[in-house]
Design a protein around this ligand. Sequence first.
Ligand SMILES: [Zn+2]
Length: 364
Amino acid sequence: MPTPARVVVVPGEPGPLQIHEVNLPDPGPYQVVVKQFASGVCHSQLHQMHRPRNGAAQVLGHESTGVVMKKGSAVTHVKEGDRVMVTWVRRDAASSTRAPESAAIELGNGVIARGNVFTWADITIADEQYVVAMPSDVRTDVTAIIGCAVMTGAGAVCHTAGVQKGQSVAVFGVGGVGLSAIAAAAVIGANPIIAVDLDDTKLDFARKFGATHGVNAKETDAIAEIGKLTLDETESNLLGRPVQGVDFAFDCIGVPKTMEQILGAARSGSTAKFPGGTAVLVGVPQTDVTLSARDILMNEKKYIGSLAGSCNPERDFPMFLRWYKEGDLDLDALVTQRYRLDDINEATTALERGQIFGRAIMEF
Ligand SMILES: [Zn+2]
């Protein structure tokens, strides 16, 4: 029997987001129907909304919590009534040989809206590979942001970069992803942890998550400031300049300015003694950027990308939930705004205007 659901749709033609009443089909063998508690509202969805759609409607959202309503016959890791998290990367890609199915939602009049997963809906249907089991004794509202924001930010620090205790870190952009990166760096024992943003209030907020310093890049040269905080005059590079900069600089925004700045902020190497630091691109770039090849060579720096924090959700989500339970990842503070499904245009407008402090969620 089909399941009636209310789903946010990006129309094929320019215009505000719409809410459609649809009938979700019964799950295929590998699909799960999830009645949702909450979903995160992420910057990636703004990018998707603004992309030319050439008449194709789309469904959105890629992090949520919910409870399994129905499951396909081949789904074995969750059952009806189980609490779950929905995410946009495969929960255990290494052990799966089957390509996940993307969702296709019939909107009526032959119009089909597509999306890999969609969580901007009171009920969703997803391939089992995007559905991760969660215990029943944790909150189901703020944990909705584990499926993208936490995975992307914290994973970049723990997995992609592999930051170690005592290493220095700078995080550019302290929204939901950047604050998750800072919290992970604090769990590991990185020091210093330098938050970089354009707003003093956001920088103060970042201290709650473990930032030891805040650099306002609107008022000061962020690279020079990070250099001062990390200067080591006992070491120098080939050009005779003292070693400065952080072991790892993360760009959680992805605009040209920050994509360049993370390279400059990464520590210079000491020739023949130790290599330079690593710039880690986490935010989704909307354009290319020119980088200093000379800086990379002379200082033996690395510039790497981090997609979904190199996470394996099946392995990592329980760890993030544990951090939350133990007070190391303050999701209650990280979720700063709450909306209803009907307020989705209000939520995306606030996000676009930079009015979301940490991360916004929608509750159903
Ligand atoms: Zn996202």
